[in-house]
Design a protein around this ligand. Structure first.
Ligand SMILES: NC(=O)c1ccc[n+]([C@@H]2O[C@H](COP(=O)([O-])OP(=O)(O)OC[C@H]3O[C@@H](n4cnc5c(N)ncnc54)[C@H](OP(=O)(O)O)[C@@H]3O)[C@@H](O)[C@H]2O)c1
Length: 197
């Protein structure tokens, strides 16, 4: 059985864990582990896939300090400013690429950054057509995260190499603007239509 470590038991970490509870062995990683949880390093040991369900700065710290060589690492971060009004980096790089630079041996895959945490609690039928946008340099890692996203009850939109995160993180920011700033709420999600022409 595939073992997935989810680091960070906040909104995203808990939500994703809920969707993956059947069919995977889950190592729930927390800074201060409670019953049923592990510290980050113990959660990562033996895991096939490591999900960084952490704020960007914490994800950067974690990826530097943990042994993630050879592991598929899911980056779901949006590197937002403290007031959520914009991104702290972009255009010529991305959070995902910075994480990859910090841990060259890890196989970083961008995924889930456009999925509001509340969607994990929706009925699976409600999210079946909602795409998780995926980007990564390692083909096997992209395939593994594609399977994970589908198992979590979502569709997948593959966007190419990891530098596509430069485009996906602004989409995550737009989602935040629409959902919070412009009051549409957190049941929205971006998708890509194929229009019958
Ligand atoms: N919320 C959303 O709808 C959403 C949507 C798309 C993407 N994201 C991205 O997903 C990531 C996680 O978001 P979230 O909403 O799950 O955040 P959250 O509810 O604040 O949870 C983040 C978790 O990270 C861990 N953590 C480690 N170091 C931390 C630090 N210095 N400060 C705060 N938390 C720290 C904590 O878990 P432990 O104490 O258990 O270790 C915390 O519960 C972020 O990068 C965010 O941009 C969020």
């Amino acid at each position: 059985m595939t073992t997935i470590a989810i680091l960070g038991q906040g909104n995203m970490g808990k939500g994703l864990a809920g969707r993956l509870a059947d069919g995977f062995a889950l190592n729930l990683g927390a800074r201060n582990p409670q019953a049923g949880q592990l510290g980050y390093a113990d959660a990562v040991a033996g895991a096939d896939i490591v999900v960084l369900a952490l704020p960007y700065d914490a994800a950067l710290e974690a990826i530097k300090s943990l042994n993630l060589a050879g592991k598929t690492v899911v980056d779901m971060t949006n590197p937002v400013t403290a007031d959520f009004s914009g991104l702290t980096l972009g255009h010529t790089t991305s959070a995902a690429e910075q994480l990859q630079l910090a841990a060259p041996g890890a196989r970083v895959v961008k995924a889930f950054n456009t999925i509001f945490a509340g969607l994990f609690s929706a009925p699976r039928s409600a999210t079946a057509e909602v795409p998780v946008f995926i980007a990564g340099n390692d083909e096997a890692a992209v395939v593994a995260v594609t399977e994970l996203a589908r198992a979590a009850g979502f569709a997948v939109e593959t966007t190419g190499a990891l530098d596509a995160a430069r485009l996906l993180e602004p989409v995550g920011m737009l989602n935040i603007r629409l959902g919070y700033g412009l009051g549409q709420g957190t049941s929205i999600a971006p998708t890509w239509l194929r229009v019958a022409a």
